[in-house]
Design a protein around this ligand. Structure first.
Ligand code: HEM
Ligand SMILES: *[C@@H]1O[C@H](CO)[C@@H](O)[C@H](O)[C@H]1NC(C)=O
Length: 329
């Protein structure tokens, strides 16, 4: 054997090994087909059940998957309850507490799955499936969810704020936050379209109504008629911090492109929404999405799949939690 043949054979071996290693480490569509064939069906049933009682939970589940993936990867860490010795992600203010919702939907899906396939389906995957089902049921495109995520054993409130964008961010800050996770600016604009469903507490945008800056109390980039409506719903210094308003008032439970039309009408609710009109590239995306619902739905589905791959553990890493609120003992 010549040296060249040895090197060539060795290279082939390395390629085969690294390739099979990669395959093993990758998420797969239909991951539970043989181990728990009803997994995705049962999650969908539980999501349907929950949404028939409260359609707003769709927004809660989509947002929860986003917050799971941006902090420590999509490992179900957002589902873990705090303990006397640990404040978990879900209790981080103001990003997660008190606004995250939909935990019971994940719990009921998990309970049913543990009953029929004990220890098989991860909480992180249940959340990814539930987010997809929520998008689909509210009118976005359904998409295949590559699965096989393993559940993490760590959830720290202190890791939330450094990874999440606050609603006061401008377009450059948002672009940076999403670039940190491997997303393009276009994908950031696409994913922001999730704000076409759901609601917000007044605290996330109050500054735009009352305390904008030292020269103007009200954000001039906010449509004055819309601002007046918001002021009625969110009085200054209101003692009631539970008040919520829809983010897309015209169709709060429809995954459509009205979010982008709102922005064009200066009716984006957060600074982080309206700011997308202040940059030439993102403004172009806003206008294109507003006029091409089909294309946006497709881009959104693809971006959700990409988000669902963030920092995942596969194979034997981590664990399959028995209860999504607690790490296994
Ligand atoms: C671009 C940066 C983003 C910022 C600054 C942001 C900020 C926020 C804030 C402040 C709320 C209101 C929470 C409340 O007070 O109840 C909210 C709600 C929501 N966000 Fe985002 N978000 C961003 C991106 C995303 C992404 C990428 C998704 C999903 C793909 C998403 C999905 C949602 C949904 C569905 C709601 C409604 C939740 C509900 O009704 O319970 N957001 N977001
Ligand atoms: C306040 O905001 C307005 C509108 O965005 C801007 O023109 C003005 O320069 C700002 N003033 C200060 C002091 O930042």
């Amino acid at each position: 054997m010549s040296l060249k043949q040895v090197i060539c054979g060795f290279t082939t071996l390395v390629l085969i090994l690294s390739n099979s290693f990669l395959l093993e480490a990758q998420l797969q569509v239909g991951f539970y087909a043989s181990s728990c064939s009803l997994a995705e069906f049962i999650v969908k049933q539980e999501v349907r059940n929950a949404l028939s009682r409260d359609r707003g939970l769709a927004a809660g589940l989509v947002r929860m998957h986003f917050h799971d993936c941006f902090v420590r990867g999509c490992d179900g860490s957002v589902l873990i309850d705090s303990t006397p010795s640990n404040t978990a992600e879900k209790d981080s203010r103001p990003a997660n507490k008190p606004s995250l919702r939909g935990f019971e939907v994940i719990d009921s899906a998990k309970d049913r799955l543990e009953a029929i396939c004990k220890g098989v389906v991860s909480c992180a995957d249940i959340l990814a499936f539930a987010a997809r089902d929520s998008v689909e049921i509210t009118g976005g495109f359904g998409y295949d969810v590559p699965a096989g995520r393993r559940d993490g054993r760590i959830s720290l409130a202190s890791e939330v704020l450094p990874n999440m964008a606050p609603p006061t961010f401008n377009v450059n800050q948002l672009t940076q936050t999403f670039a940190n996770k491997g997303f393009t600016q276009d994908e950031m604009v696409t994913l922001s379209g999730a704000h076409t469903i759901g609601r917000s507490h007044c605290s996330a945008f109050n500054n735009r109504l009352y305390t904008f800056n030292s020269t103007t109390s009200q954000d001039p980039s906010l449509d004055p008629i819309y601002a007046a409506q918001l002021k009625q719903q969110c009085p200054q210094g209101s003692p009631n911090s539970n008040v919520v308003v829809p983010m897309d008032p015209s169709s709060p439970t429809e995954t459509d492109v009205l979010y982008y039309r709102n922005i064009i009408a200066n009716r984006g609710l957060f600074t982080s929404d309206q700011t997308l009109l202040t940059n030439a590239a993102t403004a172009t995306q806003v206008i294109q999405n507003a006029h091409n619902p089909f294309i946006w739905r497709r881009k959104f589905a693809a971006a959700m799949v990409k988000m669902g791959r963030l920092g995942v553990s596969t194979g034997n890493a981590g664990e399959i939690r028995a209860n999504c609120r607690m790490i296994n003992s």
